[in-house]
Design a binder for this molecule. Structure first.
Ligand code: SAH
Length: 349
């Protein structure tokens, strides 16, 4: 039994079944035993990998997107270049390298990283020296901001609700016959879909999007969210656990498996729209990277590489854009403050 499971059982014994949302929050973020607090989960030896770890091209193209938004906005200086959940700092490092030659950009950019994991903060300090760190979006500076979040929102906890025969229940974790088990507890929460089945809501995602939306609305700027998920809100259970690059039960090894769920981009967009930001129609990661020139960039990089390295580069890029791999499942959404132009390639791709 993991050390966190011992604590969870104590909570459940004292307070009764624990809402899945609280279970996820503790599994991921418990100060001592939370998944992200104790390890670097990325890479071949970790539990999962991400686009910036697969290819440098990902961060470079996002850097170009950010620079274009900044130029379109009149090159405000200073401005915040923000990343939420930056992992090892690889994406920010690649963005900064790709924008080095953009006139005035490096001088104007103040890099702010929102990160709760001490282990990953240490990795970020090596890759992004001179950044400023925040535990949450609440302390970001009140100035023009361009905010990037790759695989951040999927890591925030959510509520799972289930309607059966017209009654709505919340899914909770309990101890049944000596083992952790999912149970249902009646709730007064409403089901916006109105039919029987499981549905999900993430107050943590909504409140983060609202905070970002207020910042953008009041001080100008843009947010780019990249994550796996669906364009339209829909019913279904999308919570998943991963350990050693393989799926496992969400109740196996609490605190030692990564727990995530698919991002509901419609719900996320509605939160931004509540703050009067403009939300641009979601595009797939494949379409976004193609429109940003991924093929050309890969060709330029491949020219100077030996065969082995060229093969690795091209297979990495293919993984990012291929429909059967990350290209379709991952989506890209942009929200901008009211005065900004529609950023390329939204409205085009
Ligand atoms: N963006 C990175 C890492 C994705 S993993 C990449 O693409 O490689 C999720 C990241 O979000 C990790 O850095 C994790 O520590 C961070 N994170 C998870 N929950 C968080 C929270 N509530 N607040 C801030 N950061 C969080």
């Amino acid at each position: 039994m993991t050390p966190l499971e011992v604590l969870l059982r104590q909570h459940i014994a004292a307070d009764g079944p624990m809402p899945l949302q609280r279970y996820m929050a503790l599994c991921l973020g418990h100060p001592q035993h939370g998944y992200y607090m104790t390890r670097d989960p990325l890479g071949v030896r970790g539990d999962f990998t991400t686009a910036p770890e697969i290819s440098q091209v990902f961060g470079e193209l996002i850097g170009i997107w950010v620079a274009q938004v900044w130029i379109d906005a009149g090159s405000p200086s200073p401005f915040s270049l923000v990343e939420l959940g930056p992992g090892r700092g690889t994406l920010m490092r690649d963005m900064l390298r790709a924008t080095r030659k953009v006139k005035g950009f490096a001088d104007a950019a103040r890099v702010h990283l929102v990160e709760t994991s001490p282990t990953l903060k240490a990795a970020q300090e090596l890759n992004v020296p001179g950044a400023h760190w925040h535990d949450s979006v609440a302390t970001l500076p009140t100035q023009f901001s361009i905010i990037v979040a790759n695989e951040f929102f999927d890591a925030l906890p959510l509520q799972q609700l289930e309607q059966q025969d017209g009654t709505v229940f919340e899914r909770c974790v309990d101890v049944v016959d000596g083992a952790l088990a999912l149970v249902r507890v009646a709730t007064i929460k409403a089901n916006p879909f109105g039919i029987d089945g499981i549905f999900e809501e993430s107050p943590a995602r909504a409140s983060t999007a609202l905070a970002l939306g207020h910042l953008l609305h009041d001080h100008g700027g843009a947010t780019l969210v990249i994550d796996y998920g669906h364009r339209k809100s829909a019913m279904g259970d999308t919570v998943q656990a991963m350990m050693d690059h393989a799926y496992c039960s969400i109740l196996t090894a609490p605190g030692e498996a990564d727990l995530t769920s698919h991002v509901d981009f419609e719900a996320l967009g509605l939160a931004f729209e509540t703050t009067h930001c403009r939300v641009h129609p979601v595009v797939t990661q494949g379409a976004f990277l193609s429109a940003m020139g991924v093929d050309l960039r890969a060709q330029v990089l491949a020219r100077d590489l030996a065969d082995d390295a060229r093969g690795t580069l091209l297979s990495g890029v293919k993984r990012l854009v291929d429909d059967a791999q990350m290209g379709q499942l991952f989506k890209v959404m942009a929200a901008t403050s009211p005065g900004l132009n529609v950023p390329y390639p939204f409205g085009v791709a």
